[in-house]
Every structure is written in C-alpha cells, then in structure tokens.
Design a protein around this ligand. Structure first.
Ligand code: HEM
Length: 416
C-alpha cells in the first residue's frame, strides 16, 4: 500500500486514497481527440445528456406512476398530467427525450457509416453501439406500453405476437413473454420492471463498454487520417498546441461539445414546451380496451422503417407464405447493421465522399429508410402496399450488394 501522510487539504486526502489526479489524466486531460472533426462528433455527448434527462424525468414520473392495468392510464393522464405540480413538464420532457434520442442515435449511426468509423480496430465501438441501439429500442417499446392507452395495448399485442413466427416454440413463447394468453396486467408489470430497472442498468453497462471501446482505437476524424496519437500528444504537451493534430478530451473537446449540447437543448426545450404532441399519439389518450381494435396500428416513428420491412411482404404474393417472409425480412433488418464492419470489404477507412460507389449506396439507403418510414405509417393497401414491397426489396438488395460495391471501390483505388 502507498505511504499515507497527514493530508494538507481535503483534495490531498482524496488524492492519497483515490489517486484522483492520475485518474482524471487518463480519462480526461490526457485522453486525446483529433482536431479535424465536425459537429457530428458531438452527437455521442448529446446522447449521453439526453439519456441523463430521461433518467431524471423518469425518476419523477416513477413517484406517481401506478404499474397496474386498472390504474396506469389514470395515474399518467389524470394524476401526473393534471394533479401533480409540474407533472406535465416531466412527462413532456420524458416523452420528447425518448423520441429525440432516436433521431440523434440515427444521426450518430449514419455519421459512423458515412465516415467508415466501424472498421480497422473500431469494430467493438460499432458492436457496442448496436447493442445500445437494441437496448434503447427495447426501452422505447416497453415505455410506450406504460400509459396503457389504446396504442400502448395494441402495439404490445402486435409486437409480442410477432414471436409466434418462431418455429416450434412460437405460440408458447408469446404466452411466456406476455405472462398471460393476452396482453394483460402481468404483461404491464413485467414491462414496467424492464423499463425502469433491468434495461436502464443494461444500457448503463453498455454505455461504459462503448466508451471503453473508444479508448484504444480513438475516435475517427472527418478525413479518416491515421494519426499517431502518442507523437501528437507529445507535441501538445510540449507546448506545440497549434502543430499538434490532437486536443485533450477535457477541457478542450468537451467545451466544443457543450456548445453543440446547448444548441440541442434549445431545440429540445422548444419541442417540450410547444410541440410535445409529436411524441404522443392521439389514439393513446383513449384507455386500453381489448374489445376495440384501433383502425390502424403503428409504432412510434423510429420503428416505422422496420415495421414497414415487416409489412412489405405481408400481402400474398403468388401464394407465398407472406407472413413468414415478412418476419424473415424483419429479423434480417434487426441484425444486419451489426454486421456492417464485416460486410464492408474495403480495407481502408475513408469518408463516403471518397468512395464513389459506396457514396451512392449510402444515399440510396438513406432515401430507402425515409420512404419506409413514411409508408410505415400509412395503411398498407393499394399502391402503399406496392411501395412497401419494392422499398423492402431495395433494402435487402442494398445489404446483399454491400460487399461487392465496397470491394469494387477498393479495387478501383488500387487498395490491397
Ligand atoms: C446512448 C447511446 C450512445 C452514446 C451515449 C454514445 C456515445 C458515444 C461517444 C461519446 C462517442 C465519441 C464521440 C462521438 O463520436 O460522438 C461515440 C462514438 C461512436 N459511437 Fe456511439 N454512442 C451511443 C450509441 C451508438 C450507436 C447506436 C452506434 C451505432 C452502432 C454508435 C456508434 C459509434 C461509433 C462508430 C463511434 C466512433 C465514431 C468515430 O470514431 O468517429 N454509438 N459514441
């Protein structure tokens, strides 16, 4: 054990016991970030801040929410929204943050794809990020059930029913997940537990893993330049701050991030106070009723693209078992992004702007996802069904072609 002497100050007392200086050096003031990055690299910290808002607002909601199928709807719509002082504010903050976090996750993900930040040593950053995406999806879905309105109930019914497509054990699996034959009180209480305890804990562990996986490879930069971080850090420390290609995480990088976070918070609170309705479906202001199915069931906007992938194959094509095809496409859509680092066969890290075929591929993917999202909310009839079908095919074809397109780009450039 290190020699402990009489502390000269409170700081020194902690320093001797916790080695605070060495810790902050490693984590903050000597953790190096490239200079040539743009505002898209602030999205990670924006996500961390939004997650923090979700936790704090969620704790306040938890004080009045009742996880009981007879009381849940009133506890949200009456107690929290009308009786509790500022209850409406915490609900709006929570609902808007839950929606906006997905927007930022998608921007963060697609920035990673655009700049090739998922390969050559950064695979674990990508995989831990995708695990976070799955974690947040489960968190979003379980939270959507809690107000126990019509959309909560029927979305839960439709989504849990998807598991009936699993071969052999499907029907039993659905009952096991629901805790009953129908979505009911047991379903609500277990999704409540997942939403307020198990999933947040898993998400926190995954965030720690995500941050840790950034340490060895360091973050990428907008030119995908390979930086020797040790050499550049020495330059910075020896006073050649202008020549050095890196800056310390704290205070330089974070101060830039906080500027972006501040702009984000203006936009976020504008939504909270003036447009919170976009994060709440009007149908969900009717209490859950298992005898009345809403005309049209759809999930929150951030799941619409994968919902449309599922529905695109739903109508019967020349006698195919369309339900199963849709389920298979849906299952592929859920996992395909995990494999991105391995489907991209170009060995070099480069922004899409320098990879001609990949750049086209990337923008077609974005357009396809937008069309899937828009049509995911429309009834799947007539022309809508055909648009869904073709955009589904494009989505699957894009991922089948990815290895060939990326290999072709690399070959044209003469990369090995
Ligand atoms: C709440 C969830 C998340 C948090 C708090 C978070 C946080 C961060 C932070 C702070 C960084 C470093 C700075 C930056 O590039 O922004 C980062 C980088 C990264 N994240 Fe996330 N992230 C989350 C979700 C995701 C998801 C869903 C993905 C997609 C798979 C992802 C993929 C990446 C990648 C590839 C990088 C490296 C970027 C680079 O090297 O340029 N992250 N993340």
């Amino acid at each position: 054990m290190a020699k402990i002497t009489k502390a000269t100050s409170l700081g020194d007392w902690f320093e001797q016991r916790l080695n605070v200086k060495a810790f902050t050096k490693v984590m903050m003031s000597e953790y190096w970030i490239p200079k040539n990055i743009n505002f898209l690299w602030a999205m990670g910290v924006v996500l961390a801040v939004t997650f923090f808002i979700l936790i704090v607002s969620g704790i306040f909601l938890l004080m009045y929410y009742k996880p009981d199928s007879l009381m849940a709807f009133d506890s949200v719509n009456y107690t929290i929204m009308q009786e509790v002082k500022y209850g409406w504010l915490f609900r709006n903050m929570h609902a808007v943050a839950a929606s906006v976090i997905f927007l930022i996750i998608y921007i963060h993900m697609f920035a990673g794809i655009y700049y090739g930040s998922y390969k050559k040593g950064r695979e674990m950053i990508w995989i831990s990020g995708m695990l976070l995406f799955v974690g947040f999806s489960a968190e979003g879905f379980s939270g959507y059930m809690l107000p126990w309105g019509q959309m909560s109930y029927w979305a839960a019914t439709v989504i849990t029913n998807l598991f009936s497509g699993v071969p052999i054990i499907g029907p039993d699996l659905v009952i096991w997940i629901r805790g009953n034959f129908n979505v009911d009180d047991a379903t609500l209480t277990r999704f409540f537990m997942l939403h307020v305890f198990l999933l947040p804990v898993i998400i926190m562990v995954l965030i720690a893993l995500h941050f840790y996986s950034l340490r060895a490879p360091h973050v990428n930069n907008q030119d995908s330049e390979e930086i020797d971080f040790d050499v550049e850090a020495q330059k910075y420390l020896s006073g050649k701050k202008k020549e050095s290609k890196v800056i310390p995480f704290w205070p330089v990088f974070l101060s830039k991030d906080f500027a972006v976070v501040s702009i984000f918070l203006i936009f976020y609170f504008y939504l909270v106070f003036f447009h919170y309705d976009f994060a709440m479906d009007p149908v969900n202001f009717d209490p859950a009723n298992n005898m009345v199915t809403p005309h049209h069931i759809y999930p929150e906007w951030y799941f619409l693209w994968s919902y449309e992938v599922l529905r695109g194959f739903f109508f019967n094509i020349a006698g195919f078992k369309a339900f199963n095809l849709g389920l298979i496409a849906f299952a592929i859509a859920q996992v395909i992004f995990f494999f991105f680092p391995f489907l991209d066969r170009d060995p070099d890290v480069m922004p899409a702007s320098k990879r001609p075929f990949f750049r086209i591929w990337f923008w077609i993917l974005i357009a396809d996802l937008i069309v899937l999202t828009v049509f995911g909310k429309l009834p799947p009839t007539g022309n809508n069904a055909w648009v869904g079908f073709y955009t589904d095919i494009v989505f699957l074809a894009l991922f089948v072609s990815l290895p060939f397109i990326t290999k072709f780009d690399a070959k044209r450039r003469g990369a090995k």
